[in-house]
Design a protein around this ligand. Structure first.
Ligand code: UDP
Ligand code: MG
Length: 312
């Protein structure tokens, strides 16, 4: 193991239409990082096309060549941007940090201290979610409980992407080439020695959240379906249960026919049973489709992101 007295620190920052944040981000982060180590790099992954983020990043790259810029050919999403950051960073340890300063850079020195103590993964846990909207709090609460129930505690509760990873973990992540990416899950899957730090997540300073409802649902589905086969297993269990019930029912119908002579029973009950089971079958097919779709994506083997320009 490399001795951890000094560090080359990589920051991995995804930018998606963050023109309002670029200057404030570097003005805040650079002095803090310099205090930790003069050997650093800031890998900016530009995932945006609707504004001037790229021009601003370029300007900063020419001011400070430790700021490295990678721009995608289109918006590939935050998970792809983080993946690119992992592929390109060269530090002894890397920290994922959002461009909107919601992951307070003031915490970086504490994270590096923990790394120096020998931890390979430093997770940043949120103390409260009082700055989030009610909708985000409820969905996050449900999501973490569901995914942990389904994936045998694969994802730590209330841990954002803001975390430090040692080179060992980064090298493992580089080998995980799956296309349906849920980075939090992949990072937990890698294992290694972890520790938690707690932080208060401030509100976004400028700009709007880039995670709308459909992006959040997509991420939640990727998380659940790439880390658990429990949804499909639940359908197998449901199928077994329904078969047992039907079997008992058949005996009852035979009994009715032989002893009660009352064979024409209600239309309503038959209709409700048909409708109910049709619903169950459709959901089952949908769940199956989620897995088949993911297998299809993996088989196509397209790259996770396409790089247009590199300023290194
Ligand atoms: N982001 C990205 N691609 C996307 C969406 C978001 O690179 O498709 C970046 C965004 O620029 C920011 C980080 O991911 O640096 C977190 O996004 P945001 O602040 O909108 O998410 P929230 O904090 O609301 O969960
Ligand atoms: Mg944010």
């Amino acid at each position: 193991m490399k001795n951890r007295k000094s560090i080359k620190l990589s920051l991995i920052v995804p930018f998606y239409n963050e023109e309002k944040m670029v200057d404030i981000f570097f003005e805040t982060v650079i002095p803090i990082v310099k205090k930790i180590s003069n050997d650093y790099e800031i890998i900016c992954v530009n995932d945006s096309f609707a504004d001037t983020t790229f021009e601003l990043l370029k300007k900063w790259h020419f001011i400070n060549n430790k700021i490295k810029v990678l721009t995608f050919s289109r918006n590939f999403g935050k998970e792809a941007a983080m993946t690119a950051g992992v592929d390109y960073c060269t530090g002894d340890a890397a920290v994922f940090i959002d461009a909107d300063l919601q992951d307070p850079p003031q915490e970086l020195s504490k994270m590096v201290e923990k790394w120096k103590e020998g931890f390979d993964v430093v997770l940043m846990k949120r103390l409260r979610r009082n700055k989030d909207s009610f909708f985000k709090r409820v969905t996050a609460y449900c999501f973490y409980r569901i995914i942990n129930f389904m994936s045998h505690k694969m994802v730590e509760k209330d841990v954002s992407d803001f975390r430090l990873l040692d080179r060992k973990v980064l090298d493992v992540l580089k080998c995980l080439k799956e296309k349906n990416r849920f980075m939090k899950g992949l990072m937990s899957w890698s294992g290694f020695k972890k520790c938690d730090l707690y932080f208060e997540r401030p509100a976004r300073i400028k700009g709007k959240t880039k995670f709308n409802c459909s992006k959040m649902i997509r991420l939640a589905f990727d998380g659940i379906f790439s880390f658990s086969i429990m949804p499909i297993r639940l359908f197998t269990l449901l199928g077994i249960l329904l078969s047992i019930i039907s079997f008992i029912w058949i005996f009852y119908i035979i009994y009715q026919k032989l002893y009660l002579g009352d064979v024409v029973s209600g239309w309503a009950s038959i209709m409700s049973i048909i409708l109910f089971f049709n619903g169950v079958i459709m959901i089952g097919l949908g769940v199956l489709g989620e897995y088949v779709g993911r297998v299809y994506n993996e088989v196509k083997d397209r790259p996770i992101y396409v790089v247009d320009q590199e300023l290194f």
